[in-house]
Design a protein around this ligand. Structure first.
Ligand code: HPA
Ligand code: ZN
Length: 347
């Protein structure tokens, strides 16, 4: 990536862009060196001894094969300090890439299911958020995801367990293996979450069996406030129209897409952007896919030939669909617009 036709240095523009990340799994930020460090701290004997050994286990070409590597790796996370250090390390990295605000997924069941108490997980993450805010000025909120390949009863019990920590959780999501686990399986859980005041999002992963039906369920039956991935709507003009009518944001993850499917879905993402869908760019599981926010913006820009105005639109979309108060949203947008204006680009 060099300059665009108007002479703007795109790498510099993307590098300094004030960013908002909305699709980021905290457990997906477990970098190989931190994994090794935590294993040592906790007296866990890993088969892998070096960063290269850990990276060599990153062999996946589908959502299911990725998840088969991803969940076992979390075994090194045990104490509140471990969760704190994980969140702090990611937020430090993100702040260095110009991320101002992030809504981060966490998977409590991946920890409670192996005996780590819910409060250890959330207190650790919260400490990491506070430390990163104090030291780097980055702000973050938590979105609690349910594991869709586990039962609706376990999800409901987890929802109940989260209630004392409501002030630390902005919304709920749904992740893990979508195959045979449609949104409707969790209709009662999401209805209760809504009653408890949580905002709602859900993964609608790329190229799944029944993608379109699942997205329709998420939108119409569950009434989600946002969709994670969801680019398969390009196959359905009525769904595109409905997503636009409802003003729903789509949290797309170009680099991640290129690992779990045959390509980054740049054509689909950009065609939705140009149709006026509120598409955003995110990193998903950056430690596994090797791309944080800047790399995701750059990869999509290179692949799709985005203009500076389109890059700005993607960044604006994220602040616009984020679960921010109007005052905070306006503050971030003003900062973003002033930055773009310094390059001669207006929203
Ligand atoms: N999809 C489903 N589950 C996940 C993902 C994802 O993108 N990332 C981490 N868990
Ligand atoms: Zn995801």
């Amino acid at each position: 990536m060099t300059t665009d036709i108007s002479g703007i240095d795109l790498a510099a523009f993307i590098g300094g862009l004030p960013k908002c990340e909305l699709h980021l799994h905290l457990e997906g930020t477990l970098a190989p060196d931190l994994k090794l460090q935590l294993a040592e701290r906790n007296g866990i004997e890993l088969e892998q001894k070096t960063v290269a050994d850990v990276e060599a286990t990153y062999q996946f070409d589908s959502l299911a094969s990725f998840l088969a590597v991803y969940y076992p790796a979390m075994g090194v996370l045990q104490s509140a300090e471990d969760f704190r250090d994980l969140a702090y390390a990611y937020l430090t990295k993100a702040a260095g890439q110009g991320v101002r605000y992030v809504e981060m997924f966490f998977d409590p069941q991946a920890h409670t299911g192996r005996g780590v108490p819910f409060d250890v997980v959330i207190k650790g993450y919260r400490q990491g958020i506070e430390k990163a805010h104090a030291e780097h000025g980055i702000s973050a909120e938590l979105i609690m995801c349910f594991l869709r390949d586990l039962s609706a009863e376990f999800a409901m019990a987890t929802l109940m367990e989260s209630l004392p920590y409501k002030d630390w959780i902005i919304g709920v999501g749904l992740d893990s293996d979508e195959r045979d686990n449609p949104p409707s399986k969790f209709a009662a859980v999401f209805a209760r979450a809504r009653k408890e005041g949580y905002l709602l999002t859900m993964h609608c992963d790329i190229d799944q069996v029944g993608s379109i039906d699942n997205i329709r369920q998420a939108v119409e039956e569950i009434g989600v406030d946002r969709i994670d991935h969801g680019t398969n709507i390009v196959e359905s003009p009525e769904l595109v129209a409905e997503v636009k009518r409802r003003g729903l944001g789509l949290t797309c993850c170009p680099v991640s897409n290129s690992f779990v499917t045959s390509d980054m879905k740049a054509t689909e993402i950009v065609s939705l952007l140009r149709e006026g869908v509120r598409v955003t760019v995110n990193s998903d599981d950056p430690a596994y896919f090797g791309g944080y926010m800047t790399e995701n913006f750059s990869a999509l820009t290179d692949k799709a030939g985005l203009t500076p105005a389109e890059i700005l639109r993607l960044a604006r979309n994220a602040f616009e669909v984020a679960w921010l108060t109007p005052r905070k949203r306006d503050g971030y947008l003003a900062e973003l617009d002033a930055y773009a204006e310094s390059f001669g680009i207006t929203a």
